[in-house]
Every structure is written in structure tokens, then in C-alpha cells.
Design a protein around this ligand. Sequence first.
Ligand code: NAD
Length: 249
Amino acid sequence: MNGKVILVTGGAGGIGSEVSAHLSSLGARVVLADVNAASAAARAAALSPTGDCAGVACDITNPDDCGRAAAFALDHFGRLDGMVNCAGVSKPHDSLTLPPADWARMVDIQLNGAFYIAQACARRMPASGGAIVFITSTNAEAAFPRRAAYCAAKAGVAMLTKVLAIEWAAQGIRVNAVGPAYVATEMTQRNIAAGNVNEAQIKARIPLGRLAQPADVASAVAFLLGDASSFVTGHSLYVDGGWLAYGYF
Ligand SMILES: NC(=O)c1ccc[n+]([C@@H]2O[C@H](COP(=O)([O-])OP(=O)(O)OC[C@H]3O[C@@H](n4cnc5c(N)ncnc54)[C@H](O)[C@@H]3O)[C@@H](O)[C@H]2O)c1
């Protein structure tokens, strides 16, 4: 990463924290953008006591916030080379009784926010280009019950990945996605505690027999941000232990 500046949304969360740490360990300067500004700032300070990481407040559902966060990266570090969108929420609910406001909120965070932050960052990337990685999910491809808005939004981001990739190729900006199966983070712990998922069933359903670790996601993100993937764009890379390949019992 050699001094590249990468903005990571959801930088205070399970996947965003690990992505930020991994990119920092590879020499990137990282802006951790999160609606939870205090946690983002604390995480940034813990990652780099010398100031190579910084936290900034950003609600990705607000286009102005996205513009301010991207501008902060330029003001603070002088450039912006990449963006990883790890912000997100999960709130399973029966579709027949799902309140419209809950549907709208999920789509706003998972799909609209992904576009707003990508647009804000792409506008500020250098003429030499940049890279964007969206965190989607196996739910961009595989339908799970009680997750209509989440699955539809993630599938939307997978298509957004393709559209932005072909549109922004002329600016040298590559756009890809990483789609994990269940990752061992607080989001998954909350879903297990709420009875929305059964950990033993998940492990049995995944051919590699375990949950994804945040580090599995972070190394895929680093690949898609870096020069090793310089001819890869518009692609969704599923980090799922074989979940999507599995079609047996
Ligand atoms: N954990 C999993 O099993 C899993 C699997 C597949 C995909 N994902 C996706 O990965 C992403 C990260 O998940 P995670 O497990 O790290 O969750 P997490 O709950 O640990 O972290 C999510 C982070 O996003 C932040 N956030 C929420 N709404 C925001 C907003 N509007 N603007 C800015 N920040 C906001 C939260 O403050 C939090 O820091 C999500 O998009 C999620 O859908 C997670």
C-alpha cells in the first residue's frame, strides 16, 4: 500500500476494524469513517499512535457527510487512493409484517449509502486512478428468509459494482466487491443471540466448516485494492468457505 490513503467506512465495526488494521500493516494511511465517530477515532489512535490513521464522523446515508469524509482524507493526508465500504446493519424481520420504514432504512444504509460514499470518494481520486471495494455478502446471490431488504440491497450493490466499474474505468478507478458468508463479528454474535441464526447449522452448511474470520475478508480486500489485481474490475469475490458452490443436502 506504500503510503496510499484509503477511506474505510464502518471502520469502527468488526470487518472495518480488521480491514483498517490490515491495510495499515501494509503501509496504507487509513481514514476510519463511521457513524460512531468516537469509536472510529479511538480505533484509529490505537492502530497508529504516530497519526497514520485518523477517524472521521460519517453517516453514509447522508451524501453531504460522505463528501465531508472524503474531503477530510484529502485535507488530512493530501490524497485519496481507495475506499472500502464496510458500513452496514443486519435486522432480519418477517416480510409480511416488515414496516416500510425498516425496509427503507435497510436499503438506505446498504445500497444508497454505498453509492453516495463511492461517488464522493471517486470524485476526489487522483488522475492516476484508484480502487473501490464494496463489502457485499453471499446474500447478494443466495436468498435467506426474513432478509428481503438486506438481500435485495446486497444484490443491488453487486450490480452497482459492475456499473461503476465500467463507467469509471476511463478514470482508472477499479470497482470490485467482497462477499463474505457469516463472519465472526459482533453483527453475527447479535444475530446468534437474537435467535436469527444457529451457529452449528451455519458451520455445517459451510464446506470449510467454520465461520469466516475478519482477517479472511481483509486479505481479499487488500488484494482487490492493490496492484496485484490491476486488471480485475467489476468482480464480486465471495469469501464464503464454499457456501455458494454447495448445492447438496
Ligand atoms: N458479519 C457478517 O457475518 C457479515 C457477512 C456478510 C456481509 N457482512 C457485511 O459486512 C459489513 C460489515 O459488517 P460487520 O460484521 O463488520 O458489522 P458491525 O456491526 O461489526 O460493524 C458495522 C459498522 O458500520 C457502522 N455503521 C452502521 N451504519 C452506518 C452508517 N449509516 N454510516 C456509517 N457507518 C455505519 C457501525 O457503527 C459499525 O461500526 C456490513 O455491510 C455487513 O452487511 C457482514
